[in-house]
Design a protein around this ligand. Structure first.
Ligand code: IMP
Ligand code: MG
Length: 201
């Protein structure tokens, strides 16, 4: 899909750190759909933990990609929660091929005997969530579940499946709503396929 030059996607056009012109291309999910789906997910999550009394729920977000999703999701969950973060890097700089998850900042809050819900922006091979949940499990939580906004439609089996999934997307490099390319596009409000000058005709 080619957007008209006046479209919102045009406003996000940028130059990456290797001098290539990049922008959001084909729009997969618009902000209204994200908003509606987040309300469903939040209701599902609150329901899942109902009846588990006053047991504490700790939401652990995988930064930096989950930042925008986290902010919207937690404000739609109608129950008490605590929040913590871990920083995991998978695509340094202009990479659009993963180098494998690297832990840059570990969780600093106590999760012993607590319900933990790990939140990430997108599930691809599952390497990130597998690594993070293994680390969390070693700290004796009461339960560990996972929630991702997006799940990539990949041909191979993944290391881990998520308990809550917002949308399935094609097996392409996507950006927006927290997901970046070269640190760019996290503030684009929808989800789009990355378009770069090399791919243009
Ligand atoms: P996995 O470890 O292969 O499941 O990849 C998931 C992690 O890689 C997520 O935390 C994202 O930060 C990042 N990631 C995977 N696919 C994309 C993408 O298409 N765009 C941006 N980031 C991605
Ligand atoms: Mg990530």
């Amino acid at each position: 899909m080619v957007d008209s030059p006046s479209s919102i996607e045009q406003a996000f056009q940028a130059i990456d750190s290797q001098g290539r012109r990049v922008r959001p291309g084909c729009v997969l999910i618009d902000p209204d759909r994200i908003d509606r789906r987040i309300n469903d997910l939040a209701a599902q999550i609150a329901e899942t933990y109902t009846g588990q009394g006053q047991d504490e729920l700790v939401i652990v977000a995988i930064m930096t990609g989950a930042m925008v999703f986290l902010a919207d999701l937690v404000r739609a969950i109608r129950r008490p929660i605590r929040m913590g973060i871990m920083i995991v890097t998978n695509y340094p700089g202009v990479a659009t091929k993963a180098v494998g998850p690297q832990l840059d900042y570990d969780l600093r809050i106590d999760i012993t005997d607590k319900h933990v819900l790990v939140i990430d922006d997108i599930l691809d091979t599952g390497g990130t969530l597998a690594k993070v949940t293994e680390r969390i499990r070693s700290r004796s939580p009461r339960s560990v579940r996972t929630c991702v906004l997006l799940e990539k439609d990949i041909p191979d089996p993944r290391a881990i499946e998520a308990d809550f999934v917002g949308f399935r997307v094609p097996n392409e490099f996507v950006i927006g709503y927290g997901l970046d390319y070269d640190g760019l596009f996290r503030n684009y409000p929808g989800i789009a396929v990355l378009e770069s000058a090399e791919h243009e005709g």
